[in-house]
Ligand binder design. Structure first.
Ligand code: UDP
Length: 314
């Protein structure tokens, strides 16, 4: 299948391009390269473009048989400082893409959504029926796009799958997490192990067993394989992608210490605005509807991330 992958040069996008190739598909990358890395998509067709441009000519040129849409702004904190940029880029980009599909050919659409659409959990683990009350503009843009997709399904028959990621982490041999600025716990903890420096713990007074926030970390290759599975199962799907087990910030720090053999210097800080205490997925629906299963353990997630970062810093 010829698959247009927006944001294909990013962390999850580039891993998904590799998974598509391995499954015999043909990825074509659309990426502004503002955050993506050209090295991550070597050898693949690339169109360097902002999605808010007129995309119809590209659809006529490539005649994609499916679209996987990753491109967008992803920093929760920044989205509270400059919300208009997030609505413009995320909602505007998705609208432009959907308009090009509407004006050319209706093809399956896989969307990169997030557990941030749920807001503070009213129960755990979170299933797809949980109320949607995002705590940030970032989360609201993702929830809006999901609702736009439902309308496109009803009115145009667009087959779609909105995949609600929990915490993407880990690396493959060639590709890893390479954000600028980096705000995520696992790469920052690994950086502290490899290069020294303080790791901040945001919040030690959460209602969790050790007081630090709990997240469901899922390996980026497990996320990628779910996209490949979703390509042929698009309908009107909204599913969680997580492992179903949560780890606290302190537990992640201990695991990074174990893998690296280094003791981390940590400092307790106030809670980060907009951070829920715990986010753990119920992914039963994705397992059933996508015929998918996450494979990596938390130890493997941290080990693969550590190996990749070690090569970058050496
Ligand atoms: N976190 C932390 N120190 C850091 C970065 C993150 O304590 O330097 C915490 C953060 O507050 C959250 C958890 O680690 O509770 C996971 O954060 P991350 O940014 O990796 O993912 P998020 O859940 O925000 O998408």
């Amino acid at each position: 299948m010829r698959v247009l992958v927006t944001g294909g040069a990013g962390y999850i996008g580039s891993h998904t391009c590799q998974a598509l190739l391995a499954a015999g598909h043909e990825p074509i990358v659309l990426d502004s390269l503002l955050y993506g890395h050209e090295y991550a998509i070597k050898g693949l067709p690339l169109e360097k473009i902002d999605l808010r441009a007129n995309l119809k000519p590209l659809f006529l040129k490539y005649k994609p048989e499916a679209v996987i849409h990753f491109a967008g702004l992803t920093y929760v904190g920044e989205s509270s400082v400059e919300p208009l940029n997030y609505y413009d880029s995320n909602v505007g980009g998705a609208l432009s893409l959907l308009r090009a599909i509407r004006e050319t050919e209706i093809v399956p659409f896989v969307f990169s959504s997030t557990c941030a659409i749920y807001g503070n959990p009213q129960y755990s683990p979170l299933d797809e029926k949980h109320p949607k009350d995002p705590l940030s503009a970032y989360g609201r843009t993702k929830w809006m796009i999901e609702q736009i997709l439902v309308d496109c399904h009803r009115s145009y028959g667009l087959p779609f799958a909105a995949l609600r990621y929990f915490n993407a982490a880990g690396a493959s041999k060639l590709l890893g997490e390479d954000h600028t600025p980096e705000t995520h716990l696992i790469p920052l903890a690994i950086k502290a192990a490899l290069q020294g420096g303080l790791l901040k713990i945001f919040g030690s007074d959460y209602p969790t067993p050790d007081g630090t926030a709990v997240r469901d970390y899922i390996h980026v290759e497990d996320l990628s394989s779910a996209h490949v599975q979703a390509l042929t199962r698009c309908d009107n799907l909204q599913v969680n992608l997580g492992v179903g087990k949560g780890y606290s910030v302190k537990e992640i720090i201990s695991l990074v210490e174990k893998v690296s053999g280094k003791k981390l210097q940590v400092e307790k800080e106030a809670r980060r605005a907009g951070d829920p205490s715990s986010l753990v997925a119920n992914s039963a629906l994705a397992k059933k509807l996508l015929d998918w299963q996450p494979r990596y353990t938390i130890e493997e997630i941290i080990q693969t991330a550590y190996e990749w970062h070690r090569k970058q810093y050496s």
